[in-house]
Design a protein around this ligand. Structure first.
Ligand code: FES
Ligand code: FES
Length: 167
């Protein structure tokens, strides 16, 4: 076992992990944070997305020991009150993809300047959804980005491209 310490949702965590233990399992089974979902387990679907040192990352691909000294954020750090726009747009059906979608969208919300060079559709390409057809997800994220702190001006510039790609 390897003892690691890292910051999880703003709180310090110290625990011992196995050499092949995935961060996804550490979160779900060791720490009880079951909001992060497992879909493919192979880095393809994005259901397990967390924010890892400021960037969205697939926690199914991260060995837990690599969290040593890092800052990890999960869906549990996001208040449901912040997600009204996503609920209202029909972004969630079965909900399996939703935690990962929210974490990637949160990263975009914190870094709106990236929308000057990348469409929202492209930025969300790592988060697959089998239910919604993506239109509701993109509309909901755009609305969330328009809310205070979301850098909405840049969103408008990419909206037509996003809608075209989603159709
Ligand atoms: S479960 Fe991690 S990318 Fe699919
Ligand atoms: S809402 Fe079911 S996979 Fe996205």
């Amino acid at each position: 076992m390897i003892e690691i310490s890292f910051t999880l949702n703003g709180e310090p965590v110290v625990l011992s992990v196995g050499p092949s233990e995935r961060l996804l399992d550490t979160l779900r089974t060791r720490l009880g944070l079951t909001g992060t979902k497992e879909g493919c387990g192979e880095g393809e679907c994005g259901a397990c997305t967390v924010i890892f040192d400021g960037l969205p990352a697939n926690s199914c691909l991260i060995p837990a020991f690599q969290s040593q000294g890092r800052v990890v954020e999960t869906i549990e750090s996001v208040s449901p009150d912040q997600l009204e726009a996503l609920h209202a747009s029909g972004a969630t059906q079965c909900g399996a993809c939703s935690p990962g979608v929210v974490m990637t969208a949160l990263w975009v919300r914190r870094n709106p300047e990236i929308l000057a060079t990348h469409s929202l559709r492209r930025l969300m390409a790592g988060n697959l959804c089998r239910c919604t057809g993506y239109g509701g997800i993109l509309d909901g994220i755009e609305a969330w980005l328009e809310e205070p702190g979301g850098g909405g001006g840049d969103v408008d510039a990419s909206s037509s491209e996003n809608r075209e790609a989603a159709s």
